[in-house]
Design a binder for this molecule. Structure first.
Ligand code: ZN
Length: 61
């Protein structure tokens, strides 16, 4: 028997209209995860753009 990639349950292939998932619900859950990975990228702060406004004032020379 195959097992569902979403819920890991074994199921009868004949009963699975949403192959390779056990049900339409599990199919949608997997699709949701896939979309999360594609569009749910974490926002990273930009680095290297920090400027010290007083940098010139401390310079000796
Ligand atoms: Zn399932």
């Amino acid at each position: 028997m195959p097992h569902c990639p979403t819920c890991q349950k074994e199921f009868q292939p004949d009963d699975g209209p949403a192959m390779p998932f056990c049900s339409e619900r599990c199919r949608m859950i997997d699709l949701g995860r896939w979309l999360d990975e594609k569009f749910g990228l974490p926002v990273e702060p930009e680095e290297g753009g920090v400027r010290e406004p007083q940098a010139d004032a401390d310079r000796r020379g």
